[in-house]
Design a protein. Sequence first.
Length: 371
Amino acid sequence: MTEIPHHDIIRHLGHRRTVVGQAPGRVNLIGEHTDYSGGFVLPTVIPQTTAVAVAANAGVASRAWSASMPHDAQQARFVVGEETRSDGWVDYVQGASAVLRAAGHDVGGFDAVIRSEVPLGSGLSSSASLVVATLRALRDLFALSIDDAVLAGLARRVETDFIGVPIGVMDPIACAIGTANHALFLDTRDLSWQLVRIPSTAEIAVINSGISHSHATGGYRLRREECDAATRALGVHALRELTDADLRALDVLPDVLQKRARHIITENGRVLAAVEALRKRDIVRLGALMDASHESLRDQYDVSIPEIDRMVAIARAQRGVLGARITGGGFGGSIVVLATAGQAGKAADAVAQAARDELGLRPQVLVPPRK
Ligand code: GLA
């Protein structure tokens, strides 16, 4: 849990009644870029969380402070009931009240203090964790009756409707419902989910490359458009409807769309195989599937970058490592590594060291947590 220092709460919220909402970041184990084609995903939560402290404010203007932003950008104002997008981090906070109000909930003015341990632009859902934590804080402050599944849906609307970023459903659901030591097997077509235990023989490492990405622009949007184009050309409702048996039918598509569709179809198959491997406690198989996922994201979906490929290769060369891949939206961000229990920390440190020395990056080991 992220602690917001008491003096920060007193400085910004005074002695008003304060409630704190928390939500973790997430790391996707496998099932990447499938959630906007109705496919399967398999994320879990990371120990790093975002904390949002809120107190009611009877005035017109609401204020928010974020200790996780550069000093000159730490403060922002907004008006509950007249939320307007500002293209800054405060949109995640005012977007939460806007979406709650649009859904008929009674939300008044409030001030907020934010602190996050989830690095921005790292592919670990810093934004969904901020939105879910804000919604949880407002739920408590205004005694709203909303369960976490509904809250996840509202969180998604903050990003898609208020902010206008074309994210899929995985992140808000993973941050709102994900559970430590379990993989969240989510079917993004009907939103059914199950928690699958991660065997105690396995350990996960997550290393942020420090190369940050933005989903608002460029590659992510383009991949979604390419999937839409492939969907239309193949005459299906969503790429999720296709399986490995349909791979040959992709010949009718232009080369690029063939590659994109091939990734989605094979990745969905890998998620199902990964769930089966987890259930059988076959962590060697799970590692191999993660490796195959990386190759597909690199060669078919073209969302990796050379630095990340190198970090993945270094990870795979470490003792006890069973598989490694890029995780999240891509074009930078983090890698996720599967190792046998007890080996993840050393492997992660070795990857970070090499990323610093060889690639000149400023990596950060997030899992297992470092002191
Ligand atoms: C981002 C999006 C998710 C998902 C991943 C890729 O994290 O927010 O919805 O599409 O990229 O798997």
